[in-house]
Write a protein that binds this ligand. Structure first.
Ligand SMILES: Cc1cc2nc3c(=O)[nH]c(=O)nc-3n(C[C@H](O)[C@H](O)[C@H](O)COP(=O)(O)OP(=O)(O)OC[C@H]3O[C@@H](n4cnc5c(N)ncnc54)[C@H](O)[C@@H]3O)c2cc1C
Length: 297
């Protein structure tokens, strides 16, 4: 019987592990297919306090080592399902082994949808980004493209319009899906140009992105491409257990879920901010809630 099984080894899950391990609990982290989480995909983080500039891999290796040194057990498997029997949780992992635990933390994050076009993978971190807050500053005074037409795409475009010289908002339809008020803000910005009925066929570059080619045949010079066509939270394995919102995110109240004993932290929660430092903070809060639940705080 474990005290707590943490599902996910991103910054949220590992921060929770560090706090729990330091309070005398031996947490188990089931790492999933992507040990270290989304941050492993980025070469350059410039907004994580304490590090002026650090690669995602270095930050996450340091965090994993810290958690392990404090007594966290890492299990390099994926969780397939979680069930509750009385006050005990049974967690089935990809090796088909079953683990028992008194508490569970869901920290499985989210996956950004990909365009799937030529050049997207090749220029990831070389101008192709899924986060304007993370990478927008690198496009100061340069033209950029945002792909998408929902609230996220529009928010990214508005944010970037204060940094970039010009923002092309590329949308596959002839109207935006974003809220009316957000649309009005976009149309009021002189340096945002909506490019309607268009899909990106290719992202072009040399060492970095230099242009995009649309299905109309048109080529637009840009220094970066921000893909904002949707995010999928990793909640399939708990969809029949905890309450989710319409987007599939776990509904949380101060990291508590609808099931006593199951907690949630990070990008998988229904919160508006998807940033590393925030996910770490939520991991800290979840750890303290778990300590209270287990009666050690
Ligand atoms: C390319 C890129 C660049 C970014 N740059 C920045 C930046 O510069 N600054 C910043 O603040 N934020 C940045 N972000 C956002 C940041 O990465 C996320 O906010 C943060 O990683 C969220 O952490 P998390 O722990 O909630 O989830 P994640 O990092 O998504 O981790 C989820 C973990 O859950 C695991 N998992 C999933 N399903 C299962 C399962 N069934 N069983 C077991 N484990 C599972 C995965 O393997 C992974 O380890 C960036 C994101 C991307 C994609």
């Amino acid at each position: 019987m474990n005290d707590v099984v943490i599902i996910g080894s991103g910054i949220a899950g590992l921060t929770a592990a560090i706090y729990l391990a330091r309070s005398g609990i031996s947490p188990v982290v089931v790492c999933g297919n992507n040990p270290g989480g989304q941050l492993m995909q980025t070469d350059c983080i410039e907004n994580y306090p304490g590090f002026e500039k650090i690669s995602g891999a270095e930050l996450m290796m340091k965090t994993m080592n810290q958690a392990e040194k404090l007594g966290t057990k890492m299990v390099y498997e994926r969780v397939l399902s979680v069930s509750k029997k009385n006050t005990t949780f049974e967690i089935t992992i990809s090796s088909n082994e079953k683990m028992k635990s008194r508490a569970v933390l869901i920290a499985t994050g989210a996956t950004h949808k990909r365009l799937g076009c030529k050049g997207e993978a090749e220029f990831a971190n070389k101008g192709v980004s899924w986060c304007a807050t993370c990478d927008g500053a690198m496009s100061k005074g340069k033209p950029v493209a945002v792909i998408g037409g929902g609230n996220t795409a529009v928010m990214e475009a508005l944010f970037l319009s204060n940094i970039a010289s010009k923002v092309y908002l590329i949308h596959r339809r002839d109207t935006l899906r974003a809220d009316e008020i957000m649309q009005k803000r976009v149309f009021a910005k002189s340096n945002i140009e909506c490019v309607w009925n268009s899909n990106v066929e290719e992202i072009i570059g040399d060492t970095k992105v230099t242009a995009i080619k649309l299905n109309s045949g048109k080529t637009i010079d840009v220094s970066a491409v921000f893909v904002a066509i949707g995010v999928k939270p990793e909640t399939e394995f708990v969809k029949d257990l905890v309450e989710l919102d319409n987007g599939g995110y776990v509904i949380s109240a101060e990291t508590k879920t609808s099931v006593p004993g199951i907690f949630v932290a990070g990008d998988v929660e229904n919160c508006v901010t998807k940033q590393a430092v925030y996910a770490a903070g939520r991991g800290c809060l979840a750890a303290q809630q778990i300590e209270r639940y287990l009666g050690i705080r």
